[in-house]
Design a protein around this ligand. Structure first.
Ligand code: HEM
Length: 493
């Protein structure tokens, strides 16, 4: 029977009963983050729903989520073994595969070290403070030129396709030491079609919860499988090239640095972390994959908010003019000196909540208790970030877009306590491995673009802000963007 034996004195989490077999699937098809947020008001922060044939624990409320993922981090750090996740990086993904023990820990450490070395570590060779700053500045500058050129030639344009190539070029440079032309079809095919991945990887994908669907033809699933194949193929080519030209005295990028780790005997000395070589080098898949879609989506939502709230855009530009001026470009070290701009970014994260659920978690190898409820081991867990970011207990008028909510009373600083309530990178052991890099990129791309360009949409055109549910929620593409140069290039030295 599906009923678990619940130890004395403990209760199973409450929740809606749902229909037999389908569970709550029918209600959850559209905007499950909103539906589950509504249900959590009735059933509480710890709630159980049945999706298809599977019981799923849904966690809401910032304190409850921190209790589970931080204080009881060990109990909730697993990933469920979902059908669709087996197709990501041939089932070996750091992010999506179900290993979460010593192997995952060691791989995550390797990935994070390699990432850090080629992004935010102060660089003696780069012309900027670090490689991340160098790459982002170059790509943002390219975008400014590209947008102005598109304006001249087309009178309006869809920024997404260009944003995604620029952001992909940043992570490409760090991972593979390579930059692509914006018209490169192979890279464009991958980065411009992430919906094929995001739709199936979203929490609550039907085939993951109703096993019989795995045997029926599905267009979404076929696109997902093909996307993963092209992705692995794309990355494999670089890995092969890097092995052929590897020189231990000249570690060029993240791929080289992972190859170096493979050849390093120390990694193998610890028996608990005998990581097979291919599981070291293929970490670059995870870094490259996680590195562009998220940042692009953040930037793209930002541009949407900027054009529907022109006064907010003007205020950011005023702050940029007063603090940075026009004689130099923004730098990463300007972080902390542009409170309104930083409040705007936080409000984009909160209001859009474009990653509504984290990637699903799973209880690990032991049963546990959360807020007095009994949680059997291996339970699949959804973390509702959208609910936290729209919780009336935490936010005044949560549906209103208002960057000022993140400023101190004097308006001269970001209120750190408020900022820390926004949940978009997850928390705890499984939280985003690229959080700092993600935040810094969004900051530098946006400030560089807004220092030079004013964004708007063509007269009479409306932008559609409706998010489309997925792992990373996007808005509909908008081809009516326009830009104006804010001051002449000649005033820049
Ligand atoms: C995982 C958000 C940028 C690498 C995650 C998760 C979220 C997230 C919500 C899942 C957390 C969980 O399951 O509890 C974001 C956002 C970004 C961003 C909002 C940008 C604005 C990046 C970047 C990189 C990166 C730039 C790397 C270059 C990863 C990795 C994981 C991850 C490797 C998997 C961690 C694991 O399973 O152990 N991210 N991310 N992310 N992110 Fe990010």
């Amino acid at each position: 029977s599906l009923r678990q034996h619940v130890p004395k004195g403990l209760r199973s989490p409450p929740g809606p009963r749902g229909f037999p077999i389908l569970g709550s699937m029918l209600e959850l098809r559209k905007d499950p983050h909103v539906v589950l947020a509504r249900l959590s008001r009735q059933y509480g922060d710890v709630m159980e729903v049945r999706i298809g044939t599977r019981p799923v624990l849904v966690l809401s409320g910032l304190d409850t989520i921190k209790q589970a993922l931080v204080k009881q981090g060990e109990d909730f750090m697993g990933r469920p073994d979902l059908y669709s996740f087996r197709y990501v990086t041939d089932g070996q993904s750091l992010t999506f595969s179900s290993d979460s023990g010593e192997m995952w820990k060691a791989r995550r450490r390797l990935a994070q070290n390699a990432l850090k070395t080629f992004s935010i570590t102060p660089s003696p060779t780069a012309s900027s403070i670090c490689l991340l700053e160098e790459h982002v500045s170059r790509e943002a500058e390219y975008l400014v030129t590209k947008f102005l050129q598109l304006m001249k030639e087309e009178k309006s344009f869809d920024p997404y396709r260009y944003l995604v190539m620029s952001v992909a070029n940043v992570i490409c440079a760090m991972c593979f030491g390579k930059r692509y032309d914006h018209n490169d079809q192979e890279l464009l095919n991958i980065v411009n079609n992430t919906e094929q991945f995001d739709n199936v990887a979203a929490s609550g994908n039907p085939a993951d919860f109703i096993p019989v669907l795995q045997y029926l033809p599905s267009r979404a699933m076929k696109l997902f499988v093909d996307f993963n194949k092209s992705f692995v193929h794309f990355v494999q080519k670089f890995v092969k090239e890097h092995y052929e030209t590897y020189d231990k005295n000249n570690i060029r990028d993240i791929t080289d640095s992972l190859i170096e780790q493979c050849l390093d005997k120390k990694v193998e000395a610890n028996p608990a972390t005998q990581i097979p070589k291919e599981k070291i080098v293929n970490l670059v898949n995870d870094l490259f994959g996680a590195g562009f879609d998220t940042v692009t989506t953040a930037l793209s939502w930002s541009l949407m908010y900027l054009v529907i709230y022109p006064d907010i855009q003007k205020r950011i530009q005023k702050e940029l003019d007063q603090t940075i001026g026009q004689e130099r470009r923004p730098r990463l070290s300007d972080q902390g000196t542009l409170p309104y701009t930083e409040a705007f970014i936080l409000e984009v994260f909160r209001h859009s909540s474009f990653i509504p659920f984290t990637i699903p978690h799973k209880g690990t190898t032991r049963d546990t208790v959360l807020n007095g409820y009994y949680i059997p081991k291996d339970r699949c867990v959804f973390i509702n970030q959208w609910q936290v970011n729209h919780d009336e207990k935490l936010w005044k008028d949560p549906l209103t877009f208002n960057p000022e909510r993140f400023l101190t009373a004097e308006g001269t600083e970001v209120n750190k306590v408020e900022g820390a309530k926004v949940l978009i990178f997850g928390v705890g052991k499984r939280s985003c491995a690229g959080e700092t890099i993600g935040r810094w990129q969004v900051f530098l791309f946006l400030t560089t673009l807004l220092q030079q360009l004013e964004f708007s949409v063509c007269d009479g055109k409306e932008v559609d802000m409706t998010p489309v549910y997925a792992l990373t929620m996007k808005h509909r593409r908008c081809e009516y963007f326009q830009v104006k140069q804010r001051f002449s290039m000649r005033s820049m030295s």
